[in-house]
Design a protein. Structure first.
Lengths: 204, 358
């Protein structure tokens, strides 16, 4: 990950604290990430199968929803419409990638890699979007917004275990190398968007 | 920054020192990256060596295989890196996870490894190490990488070092978290799920091998190194005084002195792989490189035995009768306050006597 981008974001927050503008930027990106994963998980909810994998994905779906609700509650939303417009631009590649997962977005669920793609996107979102390094060292740790960020990040570390285990175990008739390549592709998409987001935060 | 593609992985490396010099390769521990060897690279290049450092797949700036990183492939990657760089053979030094990779390479590619330094490492997992590994794995899967960092720091480093580094530790942890991909670290950890003990293959290593073990290494204590020493005929075990698991980070000056001394011995043909045990000098500027370990090197406390000539007749013995034997004189039933006053009186008169004598 790009340390310079992290440092710039952290330094910006150190100067001003978690202003409504900064909170809005973070929450818009984070909710986009959570919503994208939840869309796939929600689609899985509708699939006609039930098993251990379903149970884990079902649980994760509600955890993602909880995170979104938590952010909605703790964020002091800014009124500047340009922030929202820019957030849409930055998160567009992630939203765009969501079209590749099966379910109500209409892709062909006979494609053996479609379920894998959804899991891979979730894996990338849960692993690449790490926000605690932007929290300044002298930040009040009891600040509600900081508490929420830390809590979401810790939950991500637990949730990603579902993706890691299913990506290894699921056999979507994909050769191992193809599976790896798919996962790596999603990592790159999310990483690029996340670095752009950090740079945007650094300019706050 | 130089990268080389090996299979589907992009490997980050750095090589310094003129071609034709003796080359030593440093192999990282689990959560390390090349940055931690930069001092070593700089110093050893000054001393006339060529130094190669690299990030294994899953580490630092190299590719992060997302799902699978077989442990066995790490030694192959190391050798393929040498191939790509047109390096026929080398000296290798690996710590912890990197020590395992170094040992694997020396077993499977003996013609490529001229000498080996195996630091804070193991060839099989005693129960304690296995359980610690499991605990760290639980930490990363249930609470995330920051907890692993929080556990590894005090596990692998000494209090004096931590105390000195305290003001910068939070930033160090933050950078470590931001620059490592936790899933890749988890993959590296999980590559040990299929770990096969290879102690029975150690005898196949023919090159001079120095085994380095920190005196107070908690993660890989003396016994894991002792197993290697006993089974590797060309080895010597050296204990690094006051060293913890990550002594290469804590005491680079001493470790560089040890590494350079070892290479010197090997290159001058003076290496004796006699499975003896030594204690490294704690002064990197001393000509005394190490002293032979006397007593039982497996013990945490030093035990002088009758065989140690330099200690015979000098070891003070504190003798007390065994329990159950009658007291030399009947106990005096005195009040605690009086006993305290009595003790103070005795201490004071002893101090006055000592002052007069001096």
């Amino acid at each position: 990950m790009n340390i310079e981008a992290y440092d710039a974001a952290r330094n910006a927050i150190q100067k001003t604290g978690f202003t409504p503008e900064i909170q809005t930027k973070i929450s818009l990106f984070l909710t986009a990430a959570k919503n994208t994963n939840a869309l796939f998980l929600g689609a899985v909810e509708l699939q006609p199968f039930a098993g251990v994998a379903h149970q884990f994905l079902h649980t994760q779906y509600f955890h993602e929803m909880e995170a979104i609700v938590l952010l909605t509650k703790v964020t002091q939303w800014a009124s500047n419409p340009r922030i929202y417009a820019e957030a849409i631009r930055i998160t567009a590649p992630i939203w765009n990638d969501n079209r590749m997962v099966p379910g109500f977005s209409g892709t062909n669920s006979d494609d053996p890699s479609s379920f894998y793609r959804g899991l891979a996107l979730g894996h990338a979102l849960l692993s690449q979007v790490r926000l605690t390094p932007i929290i300044p060292a002298d930040q009040d740790e009891t600040n509600a917004y900081v508490v929420a960020l830390r809590s979401i990040e810790q939950d991500n570390a637990r949730m990603i275990q579902t993706q890691i285990n299913l990506l290894r175990a699921v056999s979507p008739k994909l050769p191992k190398e193809d599976g790896e390549a798919l996962v790596e592709e999603k990592q790159e998409i999310v990483k690029a968007a996340f670095i752009q987001f950090l740079e945007w935060l650094g300019k706050s | 920054m130089p990268y080389i593609n090996i299979g589907k992985n992009r490997i980050f490396y750095s090589i310094e020192g003129d071609e034709g010099r003796e080359l030593i390769v440093f192999i990282n521990g689990l959560t390390q990256s090349t940055g931690l060897w930069l001092t070593y690279q700089e110093q050893l290049v000054k001393y006339g060596y060529r130094v190669l450092i690299y990030d294994m797949p899953g580490q630092g700036q190299s590719s992060k295989p997302v799902l699978f990183i077989p442990l066995e492939e790490q030694a192959e990657t190391f050798i393929k890196l040498l191939d790509e760089l047109k390096i026929k053979d080398c000296h290798a030094a690996g710590i912890s996870f990197g020590g395992v990779v170094g040992l694997h390479a020396a077993i499977r590619y003996p013609e490529r490894i001229k000498s080996l330094i195996a630091m804070s490492t193991f060839s099989e997992m005693p129960a304690q190490l296995e359980m610690l590994g499991n605990a760290l794995h639980s930490a990363i899967t249930q609470a995330g990488f920051p907890l692993v960092q929080a556990l590894l720091l005090p596990m692998n480093l000494s209090s004096p070092w931590l105390e000195k580094a305290r003001p910068g530790i939070m930033e160090m942890v933050r950078k470590g978290y931001a620059s490592n991909d936790p899933y890749a670290v988890q993959n590296l950890m999980e590559s040990f799920v299929n770990f096969k003990p290879f102690t029975d293959q150690l005898a196949r290593i023919r090159c001079p091998t120095l085994i380095l073990n920190g005196e107070f290494d908690y993660l890989t204590p003396r016994d894991t190194h002792e197993i290697i020493r006993r089974n590797l005929p060309t080895s010597r075990l050296m204990i690094v005084q006051n060293g913890f698991h990550a002594f290469t980070l804590e005491m680079p000056d001493i470790t560089i002195r040890i590494v350079e001394g070892f290479l010197r011995c090997v290159l001058e043909g003076k290496w004796k792989g006699d499975q003896s045990v030594w204690v490294a000098s704690d002064n990197p500027k001393s000509e005394v490189y190490a002293t032979r370990c006397i007593g039982d090197h497996m013990r945490a406390v030093f035990l002088g035995t009758g065989k140690d000539k330099q200690f015979s007749g000098e070891i003070e013995e504190w003798k007390l009768p065994l329990p159950g034997k009658p007291l030399a004189s009947a106990p005096k039933a005195i009040a605690p306050q009086k006993a305290f006053a009595e003790t103070r009186k005795q201490t004071r008169s002893a101090a006055i006597k000592a002052k007069k004598t001096s």
